[in-house]
Design a protein around this ligand. Structure first.
Ligand SMILES: C[S@@+](CC[C@H](N)C(=O)[O-])C[C@H]1O[C@@H](n2cnc3c(N)ncnc32)[C@H](O)[C@@H]1O
Ligand SMILES: C[S@@+](CC[C@H](N)C(=O)[O-])C[C@H]1O[C@@H](n2cnc3c(N)ncnc32)[C@H](O)[C@@H]1O
Ligand code: SF4
Length: 375
C-alpha cells in the first residue's frame, strides 16, 4: 500500500485546543498556495515516479475552507499528477462548511470518504472549545453529503473536555451513534503547548475531568461502540466491517506515503521527511522548482523495527509475528525480548498464536507501551 497526504493549513477560526499546522484564513494567499501544492505534486512525482496510490487524504487545517474554484483547481491537480485510479479518497470537513456545490465538486473528482470534525453534540461545550459550528450544522452537513451520494462518512469526537461530565459524553455518544455512520474516531483531549487551553491551564483556569473520569469515558466509548456493532480497530477508531480508514492503516502498518503541503510529513524510500510549516518557507522553494523539505531522516533497520511496534501496537489486532519475520528477517521475540516481557508481566500486552496485542488495561496506558519499544 502507498498513500498521499495533502495539507490545507487554513481555518476560518482557531480552536482552543488545536496545535496542528494552520493559520487564520482571512488575508492568506490561498490561490497561490493551491498552485504551490500542484507544483509540488509535479516536482515530487517527477523525482519519484510511482505506479499507483491506494489512498489519498486531504486534511488540515480545514480543506473545506477553500472556495469552490480553489477546491476544483486542487482536485484537478490531484487527478492530473497523482496516480490514483481506485481506492480511498478522503476529505476532512468542518460541519457547516460544505455547500452542495462543494460536495458536487468533491464527488466529481472521485472523493469517496468525508471525515467531519464534530467534536461534541453539546452546543455549550462546542462554544467553550472555540468551535463555531453548532449541532444543527452537523445534521445538515451529513444530510447534504448523503444527498450528494456520499456513504463512507466519519465523525471525530473529543472527550475529557473542560467541564465535561460522564453523562455529557454519554449523551454525545448516543447522538453520534444514532446517526448509524460506518466510522467514528474519538480522541481524548490533549492539552498542547501554544494553545489557548494550555495558557488557561497554566493560570489554573482550565478545569479538566480527572484521570479516573477520563478512563471511565474511554471504557464507556468502547462498550457503546461494541453494543452498536462497531468494531474497534485502533485505540481511537471504530468502524463497521470494511469501513476501517485505509489511509490511517497505512500509517499504523508502517507503510509509505507522500506528504504534500505546508508542514506535511511523508515517508518514501526509507526516508521520513517533513515539509516547511510556515507558508512562505513552504512556497518559496517550490517557486524555484525545489522541494520544500524542512527535515529528513534515513530510517535504519533498527528504527524501522521500532516504528513497526510503536505504530502497529495501536491496532487492536496488534502486530503479527510472522509478518514481522517476513518483513525484517528477524524474530520479534528476540529483538524486543525485554519490553515484550516487561509489558506482558505488567498485564499491558498479551499474545495469541501469531499476534502480540494490547490488553484492555494496555489500551488505557497505550503511550507507556508504545514508548517501551523505542530501544
Ligand atoms: C487537526 S483536525 C483537522 C480537521 C478539521 N479542521 C476539524 O477541526 O475537524 C483533526 C482532528 O484532530 C482532533 N484533534 C485536534 N486537536 C486535538 C487535541 N488537542 N486533542 C485531541 N484531539 C484533537 C479533532 O478531533 C479533529 O477533528
Ligand atoms: C487526527 S487525524 C483524523 C482522521 C480522521 N479521524 C479519519 O478517520 O479520517 C487527521 C489529521 O492528522 C494530521 N495528519 C495526518 N496525516 C498527516 C501527514 N502525513 N502530515 C501532516 N499531518 C498529518 C492532519 O492535521 C489531519 O487533519
Ligand atoms: S481543530 Fe480543525 S478547525 Fe479547529 S483550529 Fe484545528 S484544524 Fe482548524
Amino acid at each position: 500500500m502507498k498513500s498521499a497526504y495533502i495539507h490545507i493549513p487554513f481555518c476560518e477560526h482557531i480552536c482552543h485546543y488545536c496545535d496542528f499546522n494552520k493559520v487564520f484564513l482571512k488575508g492568506q494567499p490561498v490561490d497561490e498556495y493551491v498552485q504551490s501544492l500542484i507544483k509540488e505534486f509535479e516536482i515530487v512525482l517527477n523525482e519519484t515516479p510511482t505506479q499507483n496510490l491506494d489512498t489519498i487524504f486531504v486534511g488540515g487545517g480545514t480543506p473545506t475552507s477553500l472556495n469552490e474554484q480553489q477546491l476544483e483547481t486542487l482536485c484537478k491537480g490531484i487527478r492530473k499528477y497523482l496516480p490514483f485510479t481506485e481506492g480511498e479518497f478522503t476529505f476532512e470537513a468542518n460541519p457547516g462548511d460544505l455547500s452542495i456545490d462543494k460536495l458536487k465538486i468533491l464527488a466529481e473528482y472521485g472523493v469517496n470518504r468525508i471525515s467531519f470534525g464534530v467534536q461534541s453534540f453539546n452546543n455549550e461545550l462546542l462554544a467553550k472549545i472555540g468551535r463555531t459550528h453548532r449541532v444543527e450544522d452537523v445534521y445538515s452537513s451529513l444530510e447534504k453529503a448523503m444527498q450528494c451520494g456520499f456513504t463512507n462518512l466519519s465523525i471525530d469526537l473529543i472527550y475529557a473536555l473542560p467541564g465535561q461530565t460522564i453523562d455529557d459524553f454519554e449523551a454525545t455518544l448516543k447522538e453520534a451513534l444514532d446517526l448509524q455512520l460506518p466510522h467514528y474516531s474519538s480522541y481524548s483531549l490533549i492539552v498542547e503547548p501554544k494553545t489557548v487551553f494550555y495558557n488557561l491551564m497554566r493560570k489554573g483556569k482550565l478545569i479538566l475531568p480527572s484521570e479516573d473520569v477520563e478512563a471511565e469515558m474511554y471504557k464507556m466509548l468502547m462498550s457503546q461502540m461494541e453494543t452498536s456493532g462497531l468494531n474497534q480497530y485502533e485505540i481511537s477508531n471504530f468502524s463497521k466491517p470494511g469501513y476501517e480508514s485505509k489511509h490511517n492503516l497505512v500509517y499504523w502498518n508502517n507503510e509509505e506515503y507522500f506528504g504534500f503541503g505546508a508542514g506535511a510529513h511523508g515517508y518514501i524510500n526509507d526516508i521520513r521527511y517533513s515539509n516547511a510549516g510556515p507558508l512562505k518557507k513552504y512556497m518559496q522553494p517550490i517557486s524555484e522548482g525545489k522541494r520544500p523539505i524542512f527535515d529528513q531522516n534515513k530510517i535504519t533497520k533498527k528504527e524501522k523495527m521500532e516504528e513497526e511496534m510503536f505504530l502497529g501496537l495501536r491496532k487492536i489486532k496488534g502486530v503479527q509475528l510472522s509478518h514481522f519475520h517476513q518483513k525484517y528477517n528477524e524474530n520479534m521475540m528476540d529483538v524486543f525480548k525485554e519490553p515484550i516481557h516487561e509489558m506482558m508481566n505488567r498485564g499491558l500486552l498479551t499474545m495469541n498464536n501469531d499476534f502480540l496485542y494490547l490488553t484492555n488495561r494496555g489500551k488505557l496506558l497505550g503511550n507507556e507501551v508504545f514508548q517501551a519499544f523505542l530501544l
